[in-house]
Design a protein around this ligand. Structure first.
Ligand code: SF4
Length: 800
């Protein structure tokens, strides 16, 4: 495409035709003040501050909405333009209340900044305060619309980025302001309290509810949200050693852009909770006593070694966390395998998608893991199956809503309607437990209508012939009868997705059900048949509730695989780790967390090391789990909060939250985010990697790591998928890499082909007379998982 040539302030500039004058100026270092402009929003030219003048003819125009034209000559700083801008700012200031000294936007208020840059103090106008009542009813957002300059950013962010439609302009002229439908309080509207409007507001009209004025953060740092698997990029503001403010980082290419959700924006006040653990403790004569780190670690090491000596390594279990970093999970499983000598390692993700994803991992060798959420907005068709992203992973929900708005056909399949259903092209409500039937039904119908992708099948798959044969034997009409669906609606869905690459968004409704693994197998078959994998389009977007479930698995924090997801039974992979770690590793699968509880009940598991999990609350049958833990000879809990499990511990080791330590998380897209601490851990608490490293020495490790960078070096050496970590710095990200020799979708041609799996029959059984109901579990927008961290947030508690 030919570039356009123009001059701005006499400087010759060349840029693509669709560029606006404002963008062209910014790209060449020429600053134009703006208040209503944001790179992620459609320009509207509302504030008029970005006015510029055409040299020939003197036409004055808003640069944010004016496209460049060939041979244009623009002045951004003529006397006329500067006068116009000063007058606009003077009028805004005359209307603005004089509460700058205690405004939480403080010296970051864009209006104040621009006025200062223009040398404007006194306006020379009569004050015209536009008094509005302060709205402070909800625990998240304070609205002081007397400070609103009507830039419309909050409304546009709500409509264009979050697609919630909670606010719009209300009234006209001087009385105009953003308001909810019928001008109700935010808490009575469709507002989800994502806080995007707060971050994007250029003045103090919208701010975060705080218990008192805390001023401007002393420093800021970019990190990754520690809640869900979207892994949003955050900018944390800190004062002293407290995080006082959370905003989207604004880093180009981040998964969340200018948005966050209510948890990311507001629930991080749990970091300052009074229930934070601040020092190590040991149970002495039936009482928890504070002790030094040396004593705590000596005791833990001594007890673990004693139990190992008397009962053997299999009597000890290690329950790690998908909330901890990759480096910590790597150390955790290494400690279990090399220093204690068992494979009894698991993490909190066991009860979530891992078991359902095992088959996909085996069939594709992890080749289909990179699926960028941003690609959903360019998808050809999206199938949302058993997922409620608006509640579980809200930023993924925004991507889906934007896709639907752009005309991408979104088909939802669930046992109930969710917040996404009004935007969907079609919404299918199926009977509980009938997902496998409906997936088979859709696949068989597509096959019958010749809607498969022969080129993809030929190039990348194997076993289609026999799979196609078994599909032919299906009778979709009969199958459909069992699903509670109408055949006409199903045929409509077939017409919608036919010939398109499908992006599959898969949630707890699939992965957490009894038939999860079968359903995932069937979905992969459907994806292969329609050519919906790889760089050509489509993909599997499997929602993991917690932030680092993928990373914990990659690091080998599981009972059946080593780092890099190498199955324990695979001799060559195991030998590689044996050589690197200089130990013999057992090829036998260890205990998963449920088996650990069962073995504890039987008295076989004598000790458990829990890191960053709260099994008494997060596992089903709380009382049973509590009783099993009570039978243990020794329970170590390493955590940041005083949880129900901490209450049962013999030794408590206080860890650090994500904002207080360096590390990396791997999100659901396959993106590895690296981060640095923004504040120090409270009291004597220490980063989990450091605790593990020091404890490792006491358990007999002669070579401690001493730094996260050293752990990473070993990870890069031993886990090829994480080789990209070597090339990036803190605050940056890299992507999971495919394994050498399995570059399935590389331009050099396919490696191993992905096999079709045989069609599995459904084994779902409806309830009997004793248990006649089927529980349909779902996530909550305001809480994550069992709510251990979000439950410690005062703001979330104030809304519950
Ligand atoms: Fe954090 Fe997930 Fe919300 Fe993003 S969507 S802010 S990662 S909880």
């Amino acid at each position: 495409m030919e570039h356009i040539s123009l001059t701005i302030n006499g400087q010759k500039i060349s840029c693509p035709p669709e560029t606006t004058v404002l963008e062209a100026a910014e790209q060449h270092g020429i600053k134009i003040p703006t208040l209503c402009h944001h790179p992620d929003l459609k320009p509207v030219g509302a504030c008029r501050l970005c006015l510029v003048e055409e040299e020939q003819g003197g036409r004055v125009m808003a640069s944010c909405v004016t496209p460049v034209a060939q041979d244009m000559a623009i002045r951004t700083d003529s006397a006329r333009i500067v006068k116009h801008r000063r007058n606009i700012v003077r009028l805004m200031m005359a209307e603005h209340p004089e509460s700058c000294l205690v405004c939480s936007k403080g010296n970051r208020c864009r209006l104040r900044e621009i006025a200062a840059q223009m040398g404007l103090g006194e306006t020379g106008l009569y004050p015209m305060p536009n008094g509005k009542p302060l709205e402070t009813l909800n625990p998240f957002i304070v609205r002081d619309l007397s400070k609103c300059i009507l830039c419309g950013k909050c409304i546009r962010a709500d409509h264009e980025l979050v697609v919630a439609g909670a606010i719009d302009y209300h009234r006209r002229g001087f009385k105009s302001r953003p308001a909810t439908l019928h001008d109700l309080p935010l808490e009575s509207s469709t507002c989800t309290f994502c806080g995007t409007c707060v971050s994007i507001c250029p003045t103090g009209a919208l701010s975060t509810t705080l218990s008192g004025y805390v001023g401007t953060p002393e420093r800021e740092g970019v990190t990754t949200c520690g809640f869900c698997s979207v892994g949003c990029s955050l900018r944390l503001g800190a004062a002293g050693e407290h995080v006082i403010e959370v905003n989207p980082s604004g880093v180009t290419g981040s998964v969340n852009g200018a948005t966050l959700c209510v948890r990311g924006h507001f629930a991080h006040d749990y970091l300052n909770s009074a229930t934070r653990l601040t020092g190590p403790m040991i149970q002495k004569e039936d009482e928890m006593m504070p002790v030094s780190w040396e004593e705590a670690l000596d005791t833990v090491a001594r007890r673990l070694l004693e139990i190992k000596k008397v009962h053997g390594p299999q009597s000890i279990g290690f329950y790690g966390s998908s909330k901890c970093t990759n480096e910590e999970n790597y150390l955790f499983q290494k400690m279990a395998r090399t220093l204690v000598g068992c494979n009894n390692v698991d993490h909190g993700g066991y009860l979530t998608p891992r078991t359902a994803l095992q088959g996909i991992q085996e069939r594709t060798a992890g080749e289909c893991r990179i699926n960028r959420l941003a690609s959903l907005e360019q998808a050809e068709a999206i199938l949302v199956m058993g997922a409620d992203p608006d509640q579980s992973v809200p930023v993924l929900g925004y991507h889906l809503r934007r896709a639907a708005r752009k005309g991408v056909p979104v088909v939802g399949v669930d046992v109930r309607k969710t917040d996404l259903s009004p935007l969907a092209e079609t919404w299918l409500c199926i009977s509980p437990g009938k997902d496998l039937e409906w997936i088979h039904c859709l696949t068989a119908l597509l096959w019958k209508k010749f809607s498969h992708d022969p080129a993809f099948i030929e190039r990348f798959t194997q076993g289609f012939e026999s799979y196609g044969e078994s599909l032919s034997s299906f009778n979709p009409e009969r199958l459909c009868l069992t699903t509670g669906l109408d055949m006409r609606v199903l045929n409509h869905v077939v017409d919608v997705v036919k010939g398109r690459k499908i992006s599959f968004v898969i949630g707890h409704g699939i992965t957490r059900q009894v038939q999860g693994a079968r359903c995932m197998d069937a979905i992969l078959n459907l994806a292969l048949m329609t050519g919906s994998l790889g760089p050509g389009g489509g993909g599997l977007y499997v929602i993991a509730p917690e932030n680092n479930e993928a990373g914990a698995w990659d690091m080998g924090s599981v009972p059946d695989a080593l780092p890099g997801r190498i199955p324990l039974g695979e001799a060559s992979g195991r030998h590689r780790f044996e050589r690197a770690w200089r130990v013999r590793l057992s090829p036998d699968q260890g205990l998963n967390v449920l088996r650990m509880v069962e073995e504890a009940e039987k008295g076989n598991l004598k000790a458990l090391y829990v890191m960053g999990e709260n099994p008494v609350k997060s596992l089903p049958q709380h009382d049973r789990v509590a009783a099993a833990l009570a039978r243990m000879e020794f329970l170590v809990v390493q955590d940041i909060l005083d949880t129900e499990t901490v209450q049962k511990a013999d030794a408590v080791l206080p860890g650090a939250a994500f904002s207080e330590k360096p590390g990396s998380f791997t999100n659901m897209e396959g993106r590895i985010n690296c981060f640095q601490p923004v504040v120090e851990p409270p009291g004597e608490s220490r980063p989990d990697w450091e605790i593990l490293d020091r404890l490792g020495q006491k358990l007999g490790n002669p070579q401690p790591f001493g730094a996260v960078s050293e752990i990473r070096e070993e990870m890069v050496r031993l886990i090829p998928q994480y080789a990209g970590l070597a090339d990036i710095s803190e605050g940056e990200w890299t992507w999971i890499r495919p394994l050498e020799g399995t570059r399935l979708f590389s331009p050099q041609g396919p490696g191993d082909r992905i096999p079709f799996s045989s069609l599995e029959k459904s084994e779902y059984e409806a309830g009997d007379d004793a248990y006649p109901f089927t529980a349909v579990l779902g996530p909550l927008r305001f809480h994550l998982g069992s709510g251990t961290r979000t439950g410690a947030s005062k703001r979330i508690a104030g809304f519950d």
